[in-house]
Design a protein around this ligand. Structure first.
Ligand code: NCD
Ligand code: ZN
Length: 346
């Protein structure tokens, strides 16, 4: 069995850095292992305009750990008031890499999101024209629809009609969690890709309730049945260029997670590469880890993969990792997968 693996430095195509004290505390968890990350815009208030994105990027860069060679890539939060000209300027000036569509109310800080995609059609058409990718949180928000069905129903009732109405629009289904999502991506050869998170490769919905309620496994889209997890694993290890890593690392302080109404989000940046090496080893596909973590996303976004590398090393004893990250606002619990990990980044 391989005991060492060197791959191009990975990129994280979906991360939440937040702002202020939490941002300062979590940045190094990403910059240590990743060359670039696509930074999600769901701050309070959200990152809506080009100026917001430029200012947020400056705050990130100013807080980067000394000596880190890391590139934050920015997104705009699509609202029904978004100005297509501002979006185009932002893209053409290099200030942003993608626009994020949150259905209003679908997840953490999504209140300013879109209630009906018809209302953002002019922006989507402009994006298709200029080749600017749309990252989609793919869940319907109708409370009468079962939470475990919201992704599948979104694909059928929102995503597919939107794509048909907007030919040429480049779409990324963010944090795909279902076999339905995997099949949808596999059955379309153009302008469609998906990110897969670390945790959705490792937990199913039973883990949320194993021996009691497990707030640190709660995220949106929620983890689904085991057959969905297996479909995600198969897609991730397949080498298919349409699937790539977006950790959806989403830090919330423990007080906000361990509560009567706990926030959605799993914080996994620090141990994601250990987790992924474990998953790919279990699947007998360590040779595909580089494609998933370092190559496929870069290719879809049209950038060259990193010139740097990281090396992962296997040990027989399980590796330990920091359980919590301290911030001025409180501790943040790191994703604790339901299996031992044997790989660490050297
Ligand atoms: C994310 C967050 O906390 O910002 N939460 C989550 O459960 N994934 C938002 C998101 O990506 O849906
Ligand atoms: Zn997210």
């Amino acid at each position: 069995m391989a005991s060492e693996l060197t791959i191009r430095k990975p990129d994280d195509w979906h991360v939440h850095f937040r702002d202020g004290a939490v941002m300062r505390a979590v940045l190094s968890g990403t910059t240590e292992h990743f060359a670039r990350a696509l930074v999600m815009p769901n701050l309070v208030p959200p990152v809506v305009t080009m100026n917001d994105a430029v200012a947020y990027r400056e705050r990130i860069v100013a807080s980067l750990p000394d000596g880190s060679d890391f590139t934050p890539m920015m997104t705009l939060y699509l609202t029904e008031a978004t100005d297509a000209d501002d979006v185009e300027r932002a893209y053409k000036s290099g200030a942003i890499t993608a626009v994020k569509l949150y259905p209003a109310g679908a997840t953490t800080n999504s209140d300013s999101g879109v209630t009906d995609v018809a209302r953002v059609a002019p922006v989507l058409e402009r994006m298709a024209e200029i080749g600017l990718p749309l990252c989609v949180h793919g869940e319907v928000t109708d409370p009468s629809i079962d939470i475990f069905d919201r992704e599948a129903i979104f694909i059928e009732t929102v995503l597919d009609p939107m794509r048909q109405r907007t030919p040429g629009l480049r779409v990324i289904m963010e944090h795909v969690t279902t076999e339905d999502g995997v099949r949808y991506v596999q059955s379309h050869s153009e302008n469609l890709a998906a990110t897969i998170t670390t945790h959705h490769l490792m937990i199913n919905r039973n883990h949320l309730f194993q021996g009691g309620i497990r707030p640190h496994f709660f995220c949106l889209p929620i983890a689904k049945r085991e057959h969905h997890r297996l479909a995600l694993r198969a897609a991730a290890v397949s080498g298919d260029g349409r699937f790539f890593l977006g950790t959806d690392s989403a830090p919330h302080v423990d007080g906000a997670k361990e509560s009567a109404c706990g926030c959605a989000g799993v914080y996994n940046s620090p141990n994601t590469m250990s987790c992924l090496a474990q998953v790919f080893e279990e699947e007998g596909a360590l040779d595909k880890l580089e494609a998933f973590a370092s190559l496929n996303g870069a290719a879809y976004y049209g950038v060259a993969p990193s010139d740097e590398t990281i090396t992962l090393k296997r040990q027989d004893d399980s590796v330990s990792y920091q359980a919590k990250v301290k911030t001025e606002d409180g501790d943040i619990t790191v994703f604790d997968p339901p299996c031992d990990l044997h790989w660490s980044v050297v």
